[in-house]
Design a protein around this ligand. Structure first.
Ligand SMILES: Nc1ncnc2c1ncn2[C@@H]1O[C@H](COP(=O)(O)OP(=O)(O)OP(=O)(O)O)[C@@H](O)[C@H]1O
Length: 638
């Protein structure tokens, strides 16, 4: 080993220290995965080089056979994983092996509770990567040289995993990266050739890169008659895996186990996937897709800029990670790959962006994912519920993003509803349609800040009385969803807190006649309300939706809904002030009592009723102090 010069000491980024700590504690029972991670990094490095070499063949130098080699040194207790891939420059080493360059990492680690059992679940969401080397090693040395740099610009990185690492310049004749692990005392098993071969077979069998191990020379063996039974073999590098990319094989010949292990390698997940779909598409455009739905959400699912999980290959050559053109954002949890013969090898992101072939692959793959989810929902409601609880809120972005598949996505949505009054979102729109009352022509829903606020909103009273089911929505995304989901199977969706309530055929003639009568009788009172509330409301009218509450506020047909206004406010946008329609229940004892009050008292009562109704709908008041003062005054007078 050449003398390393210019050694510099550095501290790990805080998050790296936390990750190391967490990993060593959570993964001691699953040590072998370090090898999967390091071999898959080596394979990625080979993929990157192959891709760069498409436009600059000289990058290969005289070493064009890309491979990963694993060497065991029992005497020095080291295991070395070596690749001749793209390698790293000094700057790349500093960022890749000293920091975690993903936005939001600090917040992620902020969630750690210190409870090992709980925290170890988080590690699965994070993806373990290079640092998993420290599960089995008490010292790791990385010697690397970028394909763009000469031999003298090699870099040596070294760390004992205790908060610091050292970086030095070095000479490295061969391009690529060697990861040298000095194994811990309890990691003896990884000095065993047979054990390592087993791990490679398990995890790296279907990577498209050969993984090789050194095989000692074999002497010729003859039987007593002088016939050769074992021919002599020179010592050599032997390829341990099949090196055939899994997705190129026939579906019928691939076992579930193989699909699952392959998933772990491509997705850097160590849980099994929930579902997968492997398709060879023929016709105008030919491509193969292998798409997985994970069981667990990645830690950065809510970062819409997070990398997408679908890789693009052209003619078996890896082209790029996270090809965002291949999968819509609302399916960003899908992992896997698409391999096509129809694109040129030198395809760029720009070309991908506006390309017929990309569009066709994206449409086809989107449909495949939606289909496999639909099938799961049909075959296994419990597993589907698990999927929905994890990824439902991402899927809810779908109707806005992908109008072409709106109905297909809508079939996959699940809601809480007044059918059970439980918070679990397990009612599909099809369930709702099946339970619709005779004469009902709309799907009713309410959006509120919380499940309780939705469930207890006074606007539901008439629906409960008549036994009409209402969907109860209370996630942040729901208002956005409903503004793009206006009908399902030709039935319009209608908010119960918006516009005129016309229950259509659900109101019988008698109800209608009664309503008209009470409106007529209440005319003079309405005018008193209007005078008392003035500019605070858009209009005052008699309600048909309340049975137990004195009043409620309703958004007019074309005004912005309360929840949408809140969303926009939260996003820092200026929102025009919306005035509500104030609906009064003439039969409520409080309203009846108000009739005997003088104008001044009446006005006080009216203000309090409006504030109460606003609280029930918006969850807050612009001027809470005046509300409290008024209420206290009324209580004193009582
Ligand atoms: N053998 C290698 N050759 C070249 N670069 C490498 C090698 N191993 C790691 N790297 C670089 O270090 C970075 C960090 O690796 P690490 O395994 O921690 O994370 P990752 O592979 O990006 O993500 P994941 O969490 O999914 O594993 C890689 O993205 C890559 O740029």
């Amino acid at each position: 080993m050449a003398e390393a010069a210019q050694t510099q000491k550095h501290g790990f980024q805080t998050e790296v220290k936390q990750l190391l700590n967490l990993m060593i504690h959570s993964l001691y029972s699953n040590k072998e995965i370090f090898l999967r991670e390091l071999v898959s990094n080596a394979s990625d490095a080979a993929d990157k080089l192959r891709f760069k070499a498409l436009s600059d063949n000289s990058l290969y130098g005289d070493d064009g056979d890309l491979r990963v080699r694993i060497t065991i040194d029992k005497e020095n207790r080291t295991l070395t994983i070596s690749d001749n891939g793209i390698g790293m420059t000094r700057d790349e080493v500093m960022t890749n092996l000293g920091t975690i360059a993903k936005s939001g990492t600090a917040e992620f680690f902020g969630q750690l509770s210190g409870d090992e059992a709980k925290d170890s679940k988080l590690i699965g969401q994070f993806g373990v990567g290079f640092y998993s080397a420290f599960i089995v090693a008490d010292e790791v040395t990385v010697r690397t040289r970028s394909a763009y740099e000469p031999a003298e610009n090699g870099v040596e990185w070294n760390s004992k995993g205790e908060g610091e690492f050292e970086v030095a310049d070095t000479q490295k004749s061969q391009r690529g990266t060697d990861i040298i692990l000095r194994l811990k005392d309890d990691a003896d098993e990884f000095l065993d050739d047979f054990r390592i071969r087993g791990v490679i077979n398990k995890y790296s069998e279907h990577l498209s890169i050969p993984v090789q191990m050194w095989k000692e020379a074999v002497e010729e063996q003859k039987n007593d008659d002088g016939e050769v039974i074992t021919p002599a073999q020179d010592a050599r590098w032997e390829t341990v895996n099949s090196g055939q990319a899994l997705w190129t094989r026939d579906k019928a010949d691939i076992s579930d186990e193989e699909y699952k292990e392959f998933y772990k390698t491509v997705a850097h997940d160590f849980d099994d996937p929930l579902l997968w779909s492997h398709n060879k598409v023929e016709g105008t455009h030919e491509y193969t897709s292998l798409l997985y739905v994970p069981k667990r959400a990645p830690w950065d699912l809510w970062n819409r800029e997070q990398q997408q999980g679908v890789k693009l290959y052209v003619k078996r050559v890896f082209i790029m990670d996270d090809a965002e053109q291949l999968m819509p954002t609302y399916l960003r949890f899908v992992k896997g790959l698409i391999d096509t013969n129809d694109l040129p090898l030198n395809v760029s992101r720009e070309i991908l962006q506006d390309n017929k072939i990309t569009r066709s692959m994206r449409n086809g793959s989107t449909k495949k994912v939606l289909q496999m989810l639909k099938k799961l929902a049909k075959d296994d409601a419990e597993q589907y519920q698990g999927f929905w609880d994890t990824f439902g809120n991402v899927l809810k972005e779908g109707p806005a993003e992908d109008s072409g598949n709106r109905e297909r996505i809508a079939e996959l949505l699940r809601f809480a509803s007044t059918h059970t009054d439980e918070q679990t979102q397990n009612v599909s729109l099809d369930d709702y349609l099946e339970r619709m009352k005779e004469g009902q022509d709309k799907i009713y829903y309410i959006v509120a800040d919380s499940f309780e606020a939705a469930k207890n909103n006074p606007a539901l009273e008439i629906f409960r009385k008549k036994g009409i089911e209402v969907l109860l929505l209370s996630e942040r995304i729901d208002e956005w969803l409903m503004s793009h989901l206006t009908e399902f199977k030709e039935k319009p969706l209608q908010s119960v807190t918006r516009g005129d309530l016309d229950l259509g055929d659900l109101d019988d003639e008698e109800d209608k006649a009664e309503q008209e009568k009470s409106e007529e009788a209440f005319k003079a009172q309405l005018e008193r309300f209007e005078k008392a509330l003035g500019e605070r409301v858009k209009k005052v009218r008699v309600t048909h939706r309340l049975t137990n509450s004195p009043a409620c506020i309703i958004t007019d047909d074309h005004d912005m809904s309360t929840q949408m206004a809140k969303l926009m406010e939260a996003a820092g946008q200026k929102v025009p002030e919306t005035k509500y329609i104030f609906e009064v229940n003439p039969d409520h004892p409080l309203v009846v009592k108000m009739q005997g009050k003088n104008d001044e008292e009446f006005a006080e009562w009216a203000q309090v009723l409006l504030d109460q109704a606003t609280l029930a709908e918006r969850g807050n008041l612009k001027d809470p102090a005046s509300f409290v003062a008024r209420l206290n005054k009324l209580m004193l007078n009582a």
